[in-house]
Ligand binder design. Structure first.
Ligand code: PMM
Length: 296
């Protein structure tokens, strides 16, 4: 078996396990970017990134989500070659260390290279909208694909945060993303949906989606909830001066909202600090709360 074939086979086994398992999946965030809103610049060197990815895995992350392009509101784009240069060595090393990874990208070329390097899952914040080639890459690989709700790239996305009924609209747009993916040959059993908190959403939209996560779960796909450290949590916890609580002070709120999402039936959560979430999930399990969400 050639090395890429062996990596692909290992990734496939891991991906199958992820979709079948009956406990919440924890996706740990590893941004190898200079400018992500929470961890930008901290893991841009290979050794630091790999060390952190292994640490996230040891703390209980089922999957480490490697991203090479910041998607914070207002962020500019980098080219595909830069993105590949950032993520590929990290994915290769983590795969070698036995850590299951997802690639956080909207580009088909980056996803294809990452899958070749051993990534098991494609996490596409554009839900397939940004790159028309993405569906073919995913269909060909037969890997899980996270379709996040998205209305445009970071520089302009907040202009599109306009809804009459955010839950109904996000639900309908995600259902359309599923239809498009399936029409392009993607196996529906490999799809995971994500409401895209903070992406073309204001705080009130994020809270409405959090309160009504069940309406998205009703679509019959695993749902990933990714609130970690986002600005709306900072706004909720604003000090007397009205300034959002800084990123470092949003961990307890992240754990609380992630746990509530799991209790509501989310398949998984995407978080920066894995230990605090896995601790909370351990308590949740010890109190006998089953993970209720099942695919129909
Ligand atoms: N948010 C960010 C990046 N990738 N992927 C998914 N599936 N869902 C999200 O909400 C999401 C994401 C935002 O940036 P971060 O990497 O700093 O959290």
């Amino acid at each position: 078996m050639t090395e890429p074939t062996r990596r692909a086979a290992t990734a496939q086994v891991g991906a199958d396990l992820l979709l079948q398992q009956d406990h919440p999946v924890v996706m740990g965030v590893l941004n190898v970017t200079p400018d992500s809103f929470s961890d930008g610049g901290r893991y841009s060197g290979l050794a630091a990134a790999v060390h952190h990815g292994v640490a996230l895995s040891r703390e209980g992350a089922n999957l480490v989500d490697v991203g090479g392009e910041s998607t914070r509101p207002g962020a500019g784009r980098v080219d595909a070659a830069t993105e590949i240069d950032r993520v590929l060595p990290v994915i290769k090393e983590l795969t070698r260390a036995g850590v299951l990874t997802s690639i956080d990208t909207t580009r088909a070329a980056v996803a294809a290279a990452a899958l070749q390097a051993g990534a098991a899952v494609v996490n596409d914040v554009s839900g397939g909208l940004a790159d028309p080639e993405m569906a073919a890459v995913v269909a060909d690989a037969g890997c899980p694909w996270v379709l996040m709700h998205w209305r445009g790239h970071s520089q302009r996305m907040q202009d599109f945060a306009v809804y009459d009924d955010v839950v109904a609209e996000v639900r309908a747009e995600l259902a359309q993303r599923v239809d498009d993916a399936v029409a392009a040959g993607v196996d529906p059993s490999q799809l995971i949906l994500d409401p895209g908190l903070g992406f073309a959403k204001r705080a009130e939209h994020n809270w409405e989606l959090s309160k009504n996560l069940g309406r998205l779960i009703e679509l019959g796909f695993p749902v990933l909830f990714a609130a970690s450290r986002k600005t709306y949590l900072g706004r909720l916890l604003a000090g007397a001066d009205g300034e959002p609580r800084p990123v470092e002070g949003r961990e307890v709120a992240t754990v609380a909202t992630s746990l509530l999402a799991v209790a509501a039936g989310a398949w998984g959560v995407r978080v920066h600090d894995v230990r605090s979430t896995t601790d909370a999930l351990a308590v949740w399990r010890a109190t006998g709360s089953p993970h209720l969400q099942r695919k129909p």
